[in-house]
Write a protein that binds this ligand. Sequence first.
Ligand SMILES: *Cc1c(COP(=O)(O)O)cnc(C)c1O
Length: 369
Amino acid sequence: MSDKEKAARLHHMRTYGLAKGDPLALPLTMASMFNLPGDPEPGVAGYGRMDNPTWEALEDALGLIEDAPVRVFPSGMAAIAAVLFVVLKAGDRVLIPSDGYYTTRLLADGYLAKLGVEVVTRPTVSIAEGGFEGFALVFLETPSNPGLDVIDLAETCRAVRAAGGVSVVDNTTMTPFGQRPLDLGADVVVASDTKAPGGHSDVLIGHVASRDADLIDGVSQWRKLSGAIPGPFEAWLLYRSLATLELRFERMCNSAEAIAARLAGHPAVDAVRYPGLGEDPAHDVASRQMTRFGFLIGVTLADREAAERLINGCEMLASTTSFGGTHSTAERRARWGDEVAPGFVRLSVGVEPLEPLWAALNRALADLS
Ligand SMILES: *Cc1c(COP(=O)(O)O)cnc(C)c1O
């Protein structure tokens, strides 16, 4: 099924099965207890840590666009933690990108290491060179965040599998509408739906998707026993947001393509990283494996002051650490100690109509000189 077909079906998953008089909108079920006379039965809701019809509707919707079974978690990190703790055991080695989402590394260093898991980190571009022997799990993030390096997922996942490991791809920045790691051979996708899928900057939530039934059973069990369950209201909010994800993502990627090209030609800009630019080092691999080039742009300005002035001086940029909202946002990543230039800004392009957004950016850039 094509991405467009999935996006179209998403709107009718629920409407198709309705009885006369049912609400079209998904009901929000806030419940810790369910009526449970007699013996418990599989598929019959019993207790809110195990079952919730709002989560299940959300998992069906995410499952349609991932084309795989999905389990939802209360945040992207809860989804990542579930996979790491389910797959890894004492004596294992795990490989994590040194230039990826840093909380994953902090979690591994802080908690997996003391349980006897050896944590190894490497930059994303060098992970693509292989050497996966002895790694039980290889964690991948492409494009890397915030550097936007891209590696060949099909080749890397094949090499991880050949070496006996599990490949896990954090697909947060791309969403299933921009890149499909499971179709490229990844064993597991993890994602923070706090970003573009939620999209309205009002909910933290995440998910795990995998076609490996044992892994999905494992993360279901982990969620039930650890209690890392999403709130029904958060699940409902994401379900509602998913209806417009494809539409928002398309606008965001279209605008990002135009803005990246204009920034690349701007005298106030030292360098631009965007996989959609023909001259970007990531362009060839990105063109082969991504369905869109995404909505994140790496912009290097002269120095820290120029970066701060752009972020704070542009009336159409909100200054935030997160990304993927309907509104464009930006952040000087060096403030977290990322290994990027002091003037590096990660720009997250929102759904504002392109020309007013570009005009605002252009005015703020003109003020830098
Ligand atoms: C935000 C983010 C996460 C963590 O997600 P939360 O929902 O904040 O827990 C993980 N990976 C990437 C790439 C992210 O951007």
